[in-house]
Write a protein that binds this ligand. Structure first.
Ligand SMILES: NC(=O)c1ccc[n+]([C@@H]2O[C@H](COP(=O)([O-])OP(=O)(O)OC[C@H]3O[C@@H](n4cnc5c(N)ncnc54)[C@H](OP(=O)(O)O)[C@@H]3O)[C@@H](O)[C@H]2O)c1
Length: 186
């Protein structure tokens, strides 16, 4: 398969990229790194990427910033970091990418454990991750041309056996699952 991997140089990207590359052609993209440039918080940049990179079977996103801090420190501006970048960035990736992905392609988004097992100082991540999961559940009912969508919801990556993380992303891309939130290390 030809896989567009957004955030390939990040903590998760560096783990899954070499493994996926054993079986698939990987096109990497990031804000400042990778084969192509994309800023998830900029819709025009998403559209530009899909116009440039053609014939994509699977799009994996392991990118998106979020604010970390307690409830008292949180305000609209800080909340918007995660909403515009990680949540709307990944939603817009699908809204735009659905027009370009090959038939029977797939989207794999990344949310995180804070959606349903929050710990203190992570309210922004809880909101954003929950939004991503809800988007995946509902979009999976409507995507056309056989296109599938799943979310990987990892716990802290440094605590996860890397095989579990790799298996989760591989499963979403290679198996015929749709509308699943794959929880890793809960
Ligand atoms: N690490 C964890 O323990 C963990 C656990 C659960 C969930 N997650 C989630 O998984 C995702 C990836 O985490 P990570 O730890 O691998 O992140 P990371 O190490 O910070 O790496 C982020 C990657 O995404 C790219 N990126 C960042 N902002 C971008 C943007 N606006 N547009 C396009 N590319 C962008 C970066 O590229 P450049 O360097 O070129 O900017 C980099 O390749 C995040 O959404 C995070 O919340 C992470």
């Amino acid at each position: 398969m030809r896989i567009l991997l957004i955030g390939a140089t990040g903590t998760i990207g560096k783990i899954i990229h070499p493994e996926l590359a054993k079986k698939h052609e990987i096109i990497s993209a990031g804000r400042n790194s990778g084969d192509f440039r994309i800023d998830l918080s900029d819709t025009n940049s998403i559209e530009k990427l899909f116009r440039e990179v053609k014939n994509i079977d699977a799009c994996i996103c392991v990118a998106g910033d979020c604010y970390t801090g307690d409830l008292l420190s949180l305000d609209e501006e800080k909340l918007n970091i995660g909403i515009k970048n990680k949540l709307l960035g990944q939603v817009n990736l699908v809204l735009t990418g659905q027009k370009y992905l090959n038939n029977n392609g797939s989207f794999t988004l990344t949310s995180g454990k804070m959606a349903d097992k929050p710990v203190k100082n992570n309210i922004s991540k809880a909101i954003v991750n929950g939004g991503i999961n809800s988007f995946v559940l509902s979009a999976s009912l409507e995507l056309e041309r056989g296109i599938r969508i799943n979310a990987i919801s990892p716990g802290k990556v440094s605590d996860i056996p890397i095989e579990d993380l790799i298996n989760a992303y591989s499963k979403s891309v290679e198996e015929s699952i749709n509308g699943e939130i794959i929880k890793v290390n809960y």
